[in-house]
Design a protein around this ligand. Structure first.
Ligand SMILES: [Fe+2]
Ligand SMILES: [Fe+2]
Length: 297
């Protein structure tokens, strides 16, 4: 690895620390404690929910994804063993920031009595038991993946916040607070990948290999397809958003289409173009489905 990449990574990490230095997460001030009631005296039933069912499902799905953090950390630490210092340190800092996401979402759902808390706690256990396998076989490959993941979660939270705002401003604020963390994580990984690409444009080939493999973490959870469909129909996040707000902007930002590459990498780039064309056709079908579902249709 070149000295310029190491220096760029150090700068990115310093910048991350500066930007997060004064973050006031105010976990205790974010949550609606006054809505909490004793489940022994007042058992849960579905009629107590205050959110649209699709919003509850989306918040729960996000929580079930975040809760797998021990496995994300384990996978990243293993893969980053020989990586530059800044990357290894970032994984620690990142873990400390991600750690609050599942907790705040779960506590919100418990306090506001949205969703069945018993079913949810069983789901948490089954999801964490399944764990997560780190995608890619190098720090660079995994960072391509985590960049997509951080941006996808950022867009997911912001779009969901927009849908949730009218139902509960408290939830809106929680989702936006989490999205701020995801934005900074995305910025770090995006910059790290860009530094590696500038040092060796042939790495565009790895980007082309990884992008089609991307799946939202948690794809192993029960009913995941149904959860994603609900998020797409009613939660503001689906294939059209993934394509237009995640994939296309990142590929442009990294200059994937512009780098000078060998014929072998050019072939991978063409394969990625074909993949994106298929994705665009599928996104059109999703958009048509939404139009058909819209209440005034
Ligand atoms: Fe997160
Ligand atoms: Fe994140």
């Amino acid at each position: 690895m070149s000295a310029s990449v190491a220096a760029a990574l150090d700068d990115l990490y310093d910048r991350h620390l500066k930007l997060t230095e004064h973050t006031d997460w105010a976990y205790h001030r974010l949550l609606p404690w006054d809505r909490g009631r004793d489940f022994g005296k007042a058992p849960w039933d579905a009629s107590q929910g205050t959110l649209p069912a699709a919003v509850t499902l989306a918040v729960e799905t996000a929580m079930l994804t975040e809760v797998n953090l021990p496995w994300f950390t384990a996978g990243l630490v293993r893969l980053m063993q020989a990586a530059p210092d800044a990357l290894r340190q970032f994984v620690h800092t990142w873990t400390s920031e991600e750690d609050r996401h599942a907790r705040v979402l779960d506590t919100y759902l418990v306090l506001s009595r949205n969703g069945d808390p018993d079913a949810r706690s069983r789901l948490v256990q089954s999801v964490v038991r399944v764990g997560w396998e780190v995608p890619g076989d190098s720090p660079f490959a995994v960072m391509v993946y985590t960049t997509l993941q951080e941006l996808a979660t950022r867009v997911f939270y912001l779009n969901l916040a927009q849908v949730a705002r009218s139902a509960d401003p408290v939830l809106d604020r929680i989702l936006k607070t989490i999205a701020k963390d995801e934005t900074l994580h995305f910025a770090f990984y995006r910059g790290a990948v860009a530094a590696y690409l500038d040092a060796d444009p042939e790495r565009v080939g790895t980007v082309c290999d990884i992008v089609p493999l991307f799946a939202m973490p948690g794809s192993g959870m029960p009913d995941f397809a149904q959860r994603m469909r609900s998020a797409s129909d009613y939660g503001g996040y689906g294939l059209p958003e993934y394509l237009e707000q995640v994939i296309r902007p990142i590929l442009r930002d990294w200059g994937v289409w512009d780098h000078q590459v060998s014929a072998a990498v050019e072939a991978k780039r063409q394969a990625l173009k074909d993949y994106l064309a298929r994705l665009a056709r599928a996104a059109d079908r999703v958009a048509a489905r939404r139009t058909a579902l819209a209440p005034d249709h």
